[in-house]
Write a protein that binds this ligand. Structure first.
Ligand code: RB5
Length: 146
């Protein structure tokens, strides 16, 4: 499994924790985020993450800012990205089962490290349900209209 992470300053501490978490689990992780608490702009990191996920070769991407909101909005500007803000087990599971989200967004200031791990596990342990594919096709067509 291979994962890519990008974050702004609001996601730095959680990202740092997740790098060790993935290392312990033997999951390869690429870090595109900022590595300090100095203020940066989340749209830049949402774009970096989206472009990298779209290159392929990753199981999924993780976007982290203070709330997960801004960076997910940025990533979702890119055709082919389905970034889902997850904040409990249900949204983590459904982001995969219904939306086949290829990016999960987490709030570095809204989740504890442990909670973030639990949500990532809930997402990773879920499977996309093919009955939702036509909705993903419709989402793809929306991108063609812009
Ligand atoms: C940065 O202070 C903060 O606005 C950002 O991390 C994020 O929460 C935006 O949605």
């Amino acid at each position: 499994m291979k994962v890519v992470i990008a974050n702004d300053h609001g996601g730095f501490e959680l990202k740092r924790h997740l790098l060790s978490y993935f290392k312990e689990k033997g999951i390869e992780v690429v870090n595109l985020g900022t590595d300090s608490n100095a203020s940066v702009d989340y749209p830049i990191y949402g774009e970096k993450l989206a472009r990298e996920v779209l290159k392929g070769g990753y199981d999924f991407g993780i976007a982290i800012c203070g709330t997960g909101i801004g960076i997910s909005i940025a990533a979702n500007k890119f055709q082919g990205i389905r970034a889902a803000l997850i904040y409990d087990e249900n949204t983590a599971m459904l982001a995969k089962e219904h939306n086949n989200a290829n990016v999960i967004a987490l709030g570095g200031r809204t989740l504890t490290n442990k909670r973030a791990e639990e949500l990532i596990e809930a997402y990773m342990n879920s499977k996309f349900e093919a009955r939702h594919q036509h909705r993903l096709d419709l989402l793809g067509k929306l991108g063609e209209k812009t």
